[in-house]
Each structure stands twice: as C-alpha cells, then as structure tokens.
Write a protein that binds this ligand. Structure first.
Ligand SMILES: Nc1ncnc2c1ncn2[C@@H]1O[C@H](COP(=O)(O)OP(=O)(O)O)[C@@H](O)[C@H]1O
Ligand SMILES: Nc1ccn([C@@H]2O[C@H](COP(=O)(O)OP(=O)(O)O)[C@@H](O)[C@H]2O)c(=O)n1
Length: 229
C-alpha cells in the first residue's frame, strides 16, 4: 500500500494533538507534533537567556539547538540537545512566548526543513504520517494527500484547555480564553506562513463534537483517500 501524508492544522485547543495521535495509532501511521518543535526552540531561547522580543537575537541563535522528534503516536518524544523537553515545553512561560519565537523567519525556515525531512522519511519507510500544526497544509507539506483544518469556538477551546491545566498551574477560564485568543491573533497575523486554512483543506468544526466523533471523521477521510490512490 502506498504511504499517505495527512496535514492537520488549526488554532489552539481544537483537538489537533489528540485527534492526530489517535488517527495515526489507529491507522499505523507516524505522528509529528510541530507545535512541540516550536515550543522546544522557545524553551532553548529562554534557557539560554535570549530575549524573545529581539527577533535579530533569535534569528542568529536559531541554528544552534539540536531538536529531535520521536514519531511513534503511542509515545511521541521531543529532545533539545539530547535533553527530554516534553515537560518544560508545556509551561505557561513557554506558551506565552512561543508565538514571538515562531514568527521569526529564520526559526520557521529551520523547523520547516526539519519537518519536511521527517515527513519524507516516514513516507519512504512507513505507511505515512500525520503532521499537525498551523501551516502544514499551506506551507510545510502543500502536496499532502489529505488536509484537515480543525476549528472550535473560543469558549469550547478555553474550557478544554483550562480542564487540562487544573491542578497544575492555577488559571481561570477567562484568563485562559484571553491568552488563547491573543496567541491565535499573533499566529494568524504574522508575516511568514501564518495560521491559515489551505484552500483544499476539509474544515471540521469540533465545537459540538466529541473527540471520538472527530477521530472517526478523520479516519474515514484518510481511508477514503487511501482507497482512491
Ligand atoms: N472534540 C473534543 N471535545 C472535547 N474535548 C476535546 C475535544 N478534542 C480535544 N479535546 C480535549 O481538549 C484538549 C485540547 O486538545 P488538543 O488535542 O491538545 O488540542 P490542540 O492540539 O489543537 O491544541 C485536550 O484535553 C483534549 O482531550
Ligand atoms: N506549524 C506550527 C505549529 C506551531 N506553531 C507555533 O507554536 C505554538 C504552539 O503550538 P501548539 O500546537 O503546541 O499549541 P497548542 O495548540 O497545543 O496550544 C503556536 O501557538 C504557534 O505559535 C507554529 O507557528 N507553526
């Protein structure tokens, strides 16, 4: 069977990671979380004292960290210079600074190249890959076999996110919603490969859907594409 490349994009909290992981696991595909890569480079910048509001400083350091992603959907990994970054990349500090770092063109060029290398390797040696992010369908893999753009209301997304944060870092729903809307605006408003739906992407509004329903819908779309290949 030929390999399949699936691109899943959308704003924060629409269900990209949970859906992508489950679809990849169910169909025996690899999985790549590109947001984790942008978070990892942001974590490295913070840890190395680089001012995230100084795009020139970020650009000149952007080639330094070695970022590696493990693509098993059952146990995805992310390391920076060989160190496990899976915990530190989820802090509120990284979340609040990632949009500034990911808007720097040199950062995007470097991470995009890494993503394309991982996707083409998976297409050669495995059944294919599900890649999730913001610009996968538009910029990273414009030739993907299937492109999905997930959406959901800001209220639903904030409720999902604050449910996750409970017990970890105290935050209320309004603050979560505000931070999320601000990040969407930064991601959609940047010059280089902004968050956007590709013209040929299938849009799925997940506001009123359960996670299982979204997974089922995407699995059906992938199987349809595979059958037509
Ligand atoms: N359709 C859904 N209904 C309810 N909760 C969902 C749904 N999709 C995802 N979630 C939950 O919302 C949170 C954010 O999902 P996630 O997959 O991390 O989104 P994204 O990767 O788009 O930011 C997770 O806790 C996840 O379990
Ligand atoms: N393909 C991508 C993926 C993420 N990103 C950036 O990385 C950030 C974190 O992405 P994420 O997918 O981990 O975010 P959540 O949806 O999990 O909150 C986004 O807000 C973007 O700034 C990007 O610019 N391009």
């Amino acid at each position: 069977m030929e390999s399949v490349i699936v691109a899943i994009d959308g704003p924060s909290g629409t269900g990209k990671s949970s859906t992508s992981k489950a679809v990849a696991a169910e169909l025996g595909l690899s999985y790549l979380d590109t947001g984790a890569q942008y978070r990892a480079i942001t974590w490295w910048m913070i840890s190395n004292g680089i001012d995230v509001d100084d795009p020139a400083a970020i650009a000149s350091a952007s080639g330094k960290p070695v970022i590696e992603s493990g693509t098993d959907p059952a146990a995805p990994t992310i390391t920076v210079d060989g160190l496990d970054a899976s915990g530190p990349i989820r802090t509120q500090e990284v979340t609040s600074k990632v949009s500034a770092v990911s808007a720097v063109p040199e950062v995007r060029a470097r991470i995009t190249e890494l993503q394309r290398t991982i996707a083409s390797a998976a297409a050669k040696v495995a059944k294919g890959i599900v890649v999730e992010g913001r610009d996968i369908g538009t910029t990273v893999l414009p030739g993907a076999d299937l492109k999905i753009f997930l959406t959901a209301s800001p209220e639903a997304r904030a409720a999902r996110r604050s449910g996750e944060l409970k017990g970890k870092e105290a935050t209320d729903l309004a603050a979560t919603r505000e931070a999320l809307v601000k990040r969407d605006a930064a991601d959609a408003g940047r010059k280089t490969s902004p968050l956007a739906k590709a013209d040929d992407a299938v849009e799925v509004d997940t506001t009123e859907l359960t996670l299982s329903q979204v997974i089922e819908c995407v699995v059906a779309l992938v199987e349809e594409k595979r059958a037509a290949k």
